[in-house]
Every structure is written in structure tokens, then in C-alpha cells.
Ligand binder design. Structure first.
Ligand SMILES: Cc1cc2nc3c(=O)[nH]c(=O)nc-3n(C[C@H](O)[C@H](O)[C@H](O)COP(=O)(O)OP(=O)(O)OC[C@H]3O[C@@H](n4cnc5c(N)ncnc54)[C@H](O)[C@@H]3O)c2cc1C
Length: 365
């Protein structure tokens, strides 16, 4: 979110300074692990589709401006019981917004994508304007593009305090204090540390990603869609861009809560893998059940899964724009939210349809 906001602000001619406690593209927080799913259909709420469309346009623009392949549209399969609520929502969002898709029943899926198993009463929807994004490259590319447009990024510089002063805002680090017209706060799971008085809860969860090697060629055929399964547990996977392995991840309810981002346990215990092994055995039997790589990340979650976006509440805080709590869904939307942050910081409002998500300053704390 930070690198995208820097890009969008710099692109509009704003004078931008960015801070990162590490350096753009690091794997210490929410954005590591080589792939993130992009999709154009939404299975939680079809109201997200216009924001996905806006993000889609900006992903293309960033690729065009920089000549880097940040995203590859390989498609994404949503699989699960036809009666599952998310299956209905995805079909609703497809119909409402005329999205490019195919519906595959058990036989059609087995023929075309034999690496996946559907059970009786299940189906798959192939979202065609979907695929994977390269997160590390994308963060670095957006940050670099912002720098080319004049932004300065202070690497390995932790922000200690953000203080509204008069009509501006002061950013304090251990070594300096700088004053700005507005500040966009995109600290991911560190939000409670930097803004301890935030009136909304952002839970920090620990996410395990596991990589498995295929035992058949089917995984790396001509079509290599990402996938999301809705039931019996919500989980997802992506064939790795290097054609070597398949990354599997779980959903919110299967991620442990942690006390804070500085207490992240990076070692994965064998018992944490049991659920992965169970899901692989039942739905992805052509993956070798021993993982070849395990990595741990973290992310901030709100109760509703909707992010906190907007100026902080309270007199004097209108120039402190918060983007937090993306609840496992933020990467695909990051250029759109970077653009919205630029709208809010420069114009005080955004024409993007964000009223249905938690627009922070409009809520009475
Ligand atoms: C394993 C995993 C899989 C995911 N899969 C998907 C997916 O497939 N599709 C999708 O759309 N989304 C996905 N997400 C969600 C997405 O990656 C996140 O929503 C997104 O990265 C959140 O961005 P952010 O900028 O809010 O936080 P982060 O990416 O965590 O970035 C926060 C930044 O703030 C910096 N920072 C923190 N505190 C300070 C400070 N005090 N001073 C200076 N800098 C500071 C950190 O160094 C970091 O660079 C996934 C997340 C995880 C963890």
C-alpha cells in the first residue's frame, strides 16, 4: 500500500517522502512469498468489483510505465459446493458486471484440469481476468517508479510517531522530525503499535505458506490457473512462476492470532502441517505431501474483513490518512487503494466507490 500510494501521489506531482522500517520488497510482513492472487470476480461481495476494475487498470499502467511483468493473467478457479454462499456471490458478481468466465462441472474440470478434484454437488468457476501478481517485484517497482517521479524513500527508517501540528502533520523517527501537509499511514500489522489509540481492533494473524512439488505434469500444462476452494475449509493455491512447485495457503480462521508483529514465530511446527496434508490428500492428490518450503508472514485483520480506509477520526486528524486491516485481500487492490490514498491526501475525498468499506473518519469512534 505504501509503495503504491507513493507512486500515485508522485504521479500527480505531489512532493512525496516514504519511510520503511525495512526496504521496499522485503518479506518480513504481509507481502512475501512470490505470488498473490489477482481476480476480477469477488466471492465475498460484488460491490468490490469496481475497485478491482480500477486496480486492474492501474496494474496495467504500472506495467506499461516500467516495462516489468508484475502480473500474469493465468485465470483463477473458484471451486466448492454449488450451494455455497460464495459460489452464489461469485456468479452474481459475474452476471452483474459481465465478467469473462466459464463454469465447469465435475467432468469438465477433470478433463481440463485433472490436478484438481471436485466432489459430488461441486463445481468450478474459472475467472479469466485473474491470475498472479509478483508481490516483491511489484512493491519494488512501484517504489522505484515513485522515486523516478521525484519521491524520496527513507529505507530502514522506523517511524516512531505521527503528530498533527497546526494545519500539517509531523513524522518523527529516532533521528529526525519532518513536517508534511498530509500523511498516509500504511504500516500493515504494526498499526496498533504506531497508533495505539485506534478505536477499531486490528488483529494480527500469522500466515503459513507451504510449497509442494507436483507428482504429475498436469500442474504445469499450458493453462496454470490459481485456485480458491470454499469448503470444507477455505484454502487457495498458486502454481509457482518458476514451474517448480505449487504454493498453498489457508484462510483467516486457520491462522493463529499473535500478540504483535515483533513476536512473530517463524518456525512452523509439524502439527501445523496436518491440515495442509489433509486437504492435499482429499483435493490435490497430485502434490507430494511433504512441503519443500515453508514461510511465515503476517497480516492485520478487522472483524468484518473490510479494511480501515480514510482520515483518522478526531479534530486535527483530517490529514492523517489510514490504510490498514486488509484482512488477507489487499494485494490485488493495492494500486487502487494507493490511488484512493492520493485522492484523500490531496483532495480530501475520493470518487472511487468506497462508502461500503470502513471509511475511517466517517465513523464516530
Ligand atoms: C501469506 C499471505 C497471502 C496473501 N495472499 C493474498 C492474495 O493472494 N491476494 C491478495 O490480494 N492479497 C493477499 N494477501 C494480503 C496482502 O498481501 C496484504 O493485504 C497487503 O500486503 C497489505 O499491505 P499493507 O501495505 O497494508 O501491509 P504490509 O504489506 O505488511 O506492509 C507494511 C509496511 O509498513 C512498514 N512499516 C511498519 N511499521 C513501520 C514504521 N513504524 N515505520 C516505517 N515503516 C513501517 C513495513 O516494513 C512494511 O513494509 C496475502 C497476505 C499474506 C500474508
Amino acid at each position: 500500500m505504501g509503495s503504491q500510494a507513493a507512486w500515485r501521489l508522485a504521479a500527480r506531482g505531489a512532493e512525496v517522502v516514504g519511510y520503511d522500517r525495512f526496504a521496499p520488497g522485503h518479506d518480513r510482513s504481509a507481502a512475501g512469498g512470490e505470488t498473490r492472487i489477482f481476480r476480477s470476480a469477488h466471492f465475498e461481495e460484488s460491490r468490490w468489483v469496481p475497485l478491482l476494475k480500477h486496480a486492474d487498470v492501474l496494474w496495467e499502467e504500472l506495467q506499461r510505465e516500467t516495462g516489468r511483468e508484475l502480473r500474469r493473467l493465468t485465470g483463477c478457479l473458484l471451486m466448492g459446493p454449488t450451494e455455497h454462499r460464495q459460489m452464489a456471490t461469485v456468479l452474481e458478481s459475474i452476471a452483474e458486471h459481465g465478467l469473462d468466465h466459464e463454469v465447469l462441472d465435475v467432468d469438465a474440470l477433470a478433463k481440463r484440469f485433472p490436478q484438481y478434484r471436485l466432489e459430488e454437488g461441486e463445481a468450478a468457476v474459472l475467472d479469466r481476468r485473474a491470475g498472479f501478481i509478483r508481490p516483491e517485484l511489484s512493491v519494488q517497482t512501484a517504489a522505484r517508479r515513485a522515486e523516478e517521479l521525484g519521491a524520496r524513500i527513507r529505507r530502514y527508517t522506523e517511524v516512531k510517531e505521527i503528530v498533527p501540528v497546526g494545519s500539517g502533520v509531523e513524522v518523527r523517527t529516532d533521528s529526525c522530525s519532518e513536517r508534511f501537509d498530509a500523511v498516509v499511514v500504511t504500516v500493515g500489522p504494526w498499526v496498533n503499535d504506531l497508533l495505539p489509540d485506534l478505536p477499531w481492533e486490528v488483529e494480527v494473524r500469522r500466515l503459513v505458506s507451504a510449497w509442494y512439488t507436483p507428482t504429475t505434469e498436469a500442474w504445469f500444462g499450458e493453462e496454470r490457473p490459481a485456485f480458491i476452494r470454499t469448503a470444507p475449509h477455505h484454502f487457495y493455491g498458486l502454481p509457482s512462476p518458476d514451474g517448480v512447485s505449487v504454493k498453498i495457503g489457508l484462510n483467516r480462521t486457520l491462522h493463529r492470532l499473535i500478540d504483535g508483529p515483533d513476536r512473530l514465530e517463524r518456525t512452523v511446527q509439524p502439527e501445523e502441517l496436518e491440515i495442509f496434508t489433509e486437504l492435499l490428500g482429499r483435493f490435490l492428490p497430485d502434490l507430494h505431501p511433504d512441503p519443500t518450503r515453508l514461510s511465515v508472514y503476517m497480516e492485520g485483520y478487522t472483524e468484518s474483513d473490510r479494511p480501515l480506509v480514510g482520515p483518522l477520526p478526531g479534530a486535527g486528524n483530517e490529514n492523517v490518512i489510514l490504510l490498514a486491516g486488509f484482512s488477507g485481500h489487499g494485494f490485488k487492490l493495492s494500486p487502487a487503494f494507493g490511488d484512493i490514498a492520493a485522492d484523500l491526501a490531496l483532495d480530501g475525498d475520493s470518487a472511487q466507490p468506497i462508502d461500503f468499506i470502513t471509511t475511517v473518519g466517517r465513523i464516530t469512534a
